[in-house]
Design a protein around this ligand. Structure first.
Ligand SMILES: [Zn+2]
Length: 291
């Protein structure tokens, strides 16, 4: 019953949007955005007309191959990597192997520049280098992205990279690629593991940043999702990807407490550790709701 009420509430929000926009039914395109249950990691599968797309891949044990095969994904137009931690890019060797075996096609893999890319000595950079070698051997194009870049995979939606800037000297979680998909009414914001200090920098560059749907940075850790950030973004739906009973204590109770205050409807906290895969449908210029 709660879910039905919830859905109605979001539909009403969507219908309010219709009243303010010119002819939203002229373009009935849909996106399906699924937070995959990859355990203690992160991966979103985004499916639009003619394009399947990944934001992160989960860990090496997340079973990204089975997940894609079960959903009939034969080709990915882009794979965006938020940063080079195993819980986000551990699936790259699996994906490269799938490409080599002819099980899937991947047009390009996109990621940001970070300090290890220049220095190349840390464990993170060694893992990154081995991933880049595998991608090269599989013949997959790789490209560095930064703030201001757009990805034309889901037109008429806009997919824009908001962070990091090209010359930022960042690393690890704080080098996370922040990506926003938007139509003229709503946005979905992907934060990777960006932490509070860089959320502040992001807001300095994007003082009017808002998003209907928000992937909570760093699995709902208290090192991300500052009050200032949440108060500006004003999400209506939030997504937390974490493993059941994970040893990090994600999501942190403080983060959940903030969400209960900020969210107009506190049932809109979606968690993989509780619900498994979570998929939403987004009708262009109309609204989004859980499928
Ligand atoms: Zn992470």
């Amino acid at each position: 019953m709660k879910t039905v009420l919830n859905m109605l509430k979001i539909l009403v929000l969507g219908l309010q949007t219709i009243a303010c926009s010119s002819g939203p039914y002229e373009n009935p395109d849909k996106l399906h955005i699924e937070m995959l249950d990859v355990g203690q990691g992160l991966s979103f599968l985004i499916r639009g007309k003619g394009c399947d797309f990944l934001y992160d891949t989960g860990t090496k044990n997340s079973g990204i191959d089975t997940m894609l095969q079960n959903r009939g994904v034969k080709s990915l137009c882009s794979v965006v990597l938020s940063h080079w931690h195993d819980d986000h890019v551990g699936g790259i060797p699996t994906l490269a192997k799938m490409v080599k075996n002819g099980e899937i096609r991947i047009k390009r893999v996109l990621f940001a520049r970070d300090i290890p890319l220049e220095i190349g000595t840390s464990g993170t950079s060694r893992f990154r280098d081995s991933c880049l070698t595998l991608l090269g051997q599989a013949g997959i194009e790789t490209k560095i992205i930064s703030r201001g870049d757009t990805i034309a995979d889901f037109l008429p939606w806009t997919t824009r990279i908001l962070f990091p800037t090209e010359d930022y000297s960042l690393t690890e979680n704080n080098a996370s690629v922040v990506m926003r998909i938007s139509d003229s009414q709503n946005s979905f914001l992907f934060m990777g593991d960006l932490e509070a200090k860089q959320e502040k920098n992001l807001l300095e560059m994007e003082p009017l940043l808002e998003a209907f749907a928000l992937q909570m940075g760093h699995h709902g850790s208290k090192t991300s999702s500052s009050w200032d950030f949440l108060a500006q973004v004003q999400p209506k739906m939030t997504f937390i990807s974490d493993g059941k009973n994970n040893s990090y204590g994600h999501p942190h109770p403080e983060t959940l407490a903030k969400l209960r205050i900020i969210l107009p409807d506190t049932t809109q906290i979606y968690r993989t550790d509780i619900e498994g895969n979570v998929r939403i449908e987004w009708v262009h210029k109309v609204g989004m709701w859980r499928e």
